[in-house]
Design a protein around this ligand. Structure first.
Ligand code: PMP
Length: 393
């Protein structure tokens, strides 16, 4: 008989530390979620500042209306994968709309962003190929690499020179080469220097995948992400993203201009062997995406609020993980015990932020991670700063 307590004794011990100090950190329960920035936790009113709800779409009236209509017209779920049960016209519509928005010829959607990475990476590279990943990559990228069977080569965070060194060493190696970057990195909120990476394409032959999970919708003049902001869209071969952040729903996508991308639904196991998204979440996503175009003021607001939070926390003397403001504002904390204590204090004082620690963060890095929503009020940002002043300084 397998004994999980024994098998995972180190993790169990850690869980106990978290629970002893208060609310079970990784099993937080919110109730009365009444809008993108407010909920209750243990009966107490909480200001939400760690939800990745960057555009505040979760309570948008038009998105909710679209979701209701889809529930009524299509039912609650698809009860199977598109390969087995067929897709709905809504799935195809969303793929067309995303392709159009991203100025790409082709787009495929997946049940989660996690699956999008698994599907794309494991289709593009297989045994005998090489995949080059930034060390700070999201778990879904690493898991996609493992699923692929390709050799995984890790390079230093945001360091194109380090990648160049590794590409040079493997210059004559047989097999395909895939380089994976993120736009805005999820934990520190720092931007990839895309120009430096794209320049390497002149010398080395590789396919470039950019995961814009945290930049899609909010970064770039039209919200197409960091590649738009840095003017390098044409050099990105594959874009991956999620619906679970700025689009306020659940699901993921990948887009490309290459015709062979269309083979993906015939090959990718995470696409073939997992149920497609329920119609209501597709419908809310279709509506939220339209709003990216219709309501550009949300991006401006997000920028203004992010700068205000970044400056405010910096002025308190806190150690902010990234100097350049973005909707992710993460405060570095010395160690795990301090982190748990301070996170609990924030919650006790009515503020929810993410608690971030390894393996979600680089080794030895502990973060109180805030994410700004365009649905926040300026007074919310002031409140966040003042609760940090009370609990963290
Ligand atoms: N990529 C990155 C960079 C992410 O941060 C995340 C989620 N945090 C994902 C992919 C996975 O997205 P989803 O939550 O939709 O599965």
């Amino acid at each position: 008989m397998i004994n999980l307590n024994e098998k995972y004794s180190a993790i169990k011990q850690k869980t106990n530390i978290f629970i002893e100090k208060g609310i079970p950190v990784l099993r937080l329960e919110l109730s009365d979620v009444t809008n993108p920035t407010r909920a209750k936790c243990n009966g107490k009113d909480i200001l939400l500042a760690g939800t990745n709800n960057y555009m505040g779409c979760t309570f948008d009236e038009e998105c909710i209306k679209a979701g209701y209509e889809a529930l009524h017209n299509y039912g609650t779920g698809t009860t199977g994968s598109r390969a087995a049960n067929g897709g709905y016209d809504l799935h195809t519509q969303l793929e067309k709309n995303l392709a159009h928005y991203l100025k790409r010829k082709y787009c495929s959607i997946f049940t989660t962003g996690y699956q999008a990475n698994l599907a794309v990476i494991s289709t593009y590279v297989t045994k005998g190929d090489k995949v080059f990943v930034d060390i700070d990559s999201h778990a879904s990228i690493y898991d996609g690499c493992r699923l692929s069977g390709a050799e995984i080569i890790v390079f230093k965070h945001n360091d194109a020179q380090d990648l160049a060194k590794r590409l040079e060493r493997n210059k004559d190696a047989p097999g395909g080469k895939l380089v994976i970057l993120e736009g805005l990195y999820s934990m520190f909120g720092d931007r990839a220097p895309l120009h430096d990476f794209v320049d390497l394409k002149q010398k080395y032959d590789f396919t470039l995948l950019l995961d814009e999970a945290h930049s899609f919708g909010i970064i770039g003049e039209n919200g197409r992400g960091l590649a738009e902001e840095q003017g390098v869209e044409e050099h990105i071969d594959l874009i991956v993203g999620t619906f679970s952040k700025s689009l306020g729903s659940i699901g993921g996508f990948a887009a490309s201009n290459s015709e062979d991308f269309n083979l993906l639904p015939y090959i990718a196991r995470p696409y073939i062997f997992s149920a497609s998204q329920c119609p209501s979440s597709i419908a809310t996503t279709i509506e939220a995406l339209k709003q990216f175009e219709r309501k550009p003021e949300r991006r401006k607001r997000s920028k203004m609020l992010s700068e205000k939070l970044h400056a405010g926390l910096k002025a308190l003397g806190l150690n902010i993980a990234c100097d350049v403001p973005s909707p992710i504002v993460a405060v570095k904390i010395a160690d795990e015990n301090e982190l748990v204590k301070k996170w609990n204090d924030l919650l006790e004082n009515g503020l929810y932020v993410n608690i971030a620690l390894p393996p979600g963060t680089p080794s030895g890095t502990y973060l109180l991670r805030c994410s700004v929503s365009s649905a926040h009020q300026e007074s919310d940002i002031e409140q966040i700063i003042s609760i940090f002043q009370k609990c963290v300084v």
